[in-house]
Design a protein around this ligand. Structure first.
Ligand code: ATP
Ligand code: MG
Length: 270
């Protein structure tokens, strides 16, 4: 499928070079843990990156460094040509367990970021209306998080992330705790969000099919110390319509799925 947006020259958004992270053991009793080693990765605007790798290989560590929640112990990381230092509204983060304020209703949870940034009330209202519609929770604006299902809470967490108009959305296994049906509809939602705005997305998953049906780039990581094993450029997500069956059963998809599973499996044996 021809897609002019994809074919135009891509602009670099973030670059990591020889990135490493060693967790230091306390008081000399515990050993140091090298979580990441020599990670080189360049992210371009509009990329939908999905990261796959064995458990404990450093995926969350990498995401936390990218978010500015943690500092690398070696190497460099830059966004828009500036070193990544601390958290920034340019980078939104969504974790597996939605971190909503329990005492605030859905509307106030989503409005929190823009309010802190002193965005005009009128603009906030317009944006929230738009995003509530997008996540299908218009009727739930004044409901508290405890009254929502897990999937609904994760939708609110997503809206809260994108309402600040970030340049990059970082998601750490955001659908991992959801049942298969809800996960499917969340995948459709995130694809819809990405197709609409082409905001750069970096998503960690354990699910090869999730990676293949959402991403434009799949990064596989080795067992700890994590490094980039191999990268795959894919376009199945562009071919997915309402019915997810479209691209999934093509011979190309099945072959790639096999190759990736083998790669990650090999990584795990090390
Ligand atoms: N605070 C910490 N102190 C010491 N070691 C840590 C710390 N946090 C993580 N680790 C170790 O670093 C390695 C990478 O952890 P990380 O959570 O990044 O892996 P992951 O790929 O996200 O795993 P999973 O797929 O299970 O979520 C693991 O071996 C973990 O035990
Ligand atoms: Mg993790």
């Amino acid at each position: 499928m021809a897609d002019s947006k994809i074919e135009t020259k891509k602009k670099m958004l973030m670059s990591m070079s020889s990135l490493g992270l060693v967790y230091s053991g306390k008081g000399g009793k515990e050993q140091n843990t090298t979580a990441l080693e020599q990670v080189d990765l360049t992210i371009y605007e509009g990329d939908f990156i999905c990261v796959l790798g064995p458990s404990g290989c450093g995926k969350s560590t990498l995401l936390n460094i990218m978010a500015g929640l943690m500092e690398a112990t070696s190497g460099t990381i830059e966004m828009d040509g500036e070193p990544v230092k601390g958290v920034d509204a340019k980078r939104a983060v969504v974790f597996q367990t939605p971190t909503l304020y329990p005492w605030m209703d859905v509307y106030s949870n989503i409005a929190f970021g823009p309010k802190v940034r002193k965005v005009e009330n009128e603009v906030i209202e317009q944006r929230i209306d738009k995003y509530l519609k997008l996540i299908g929770l218009e009727e739930f604006a004044h409901v508290k998080p405890y009254e929502l299902s897990g999937g609904m809470r994760q939708r609110v967490a997503l809206a809260r992330a994108i309402v600040n108009d970030p340049k990059m959305i970082l998601l750490d296994e955001p659908f991992g705790a959801l049942d298969a049906f809800t996960r499917n509809s969340m995948q459709d939602l995130i694809r819809k969000i990405w197709k609409k705005d082409r905001t750069t997305i970096f998503l960690i998953t354990h699910d090869v099919d999730e990676a293949l049906t959402l991403g434009t780039r799949i990064i596989t990581m080795s067992a700890r110390p994590g490094r980039v094993l191999k990268e795959f450029d894919v376009d199945f997500t562009l071919r997915m319509n309402d019915s997810q069956e479209d691209a999934r059963y093509s011979p190309e998809y099945i072959e790639l799925r096999k190759e990736i599973l083998k790669l990650i499996g090999l990584g795990q044996e090390k």
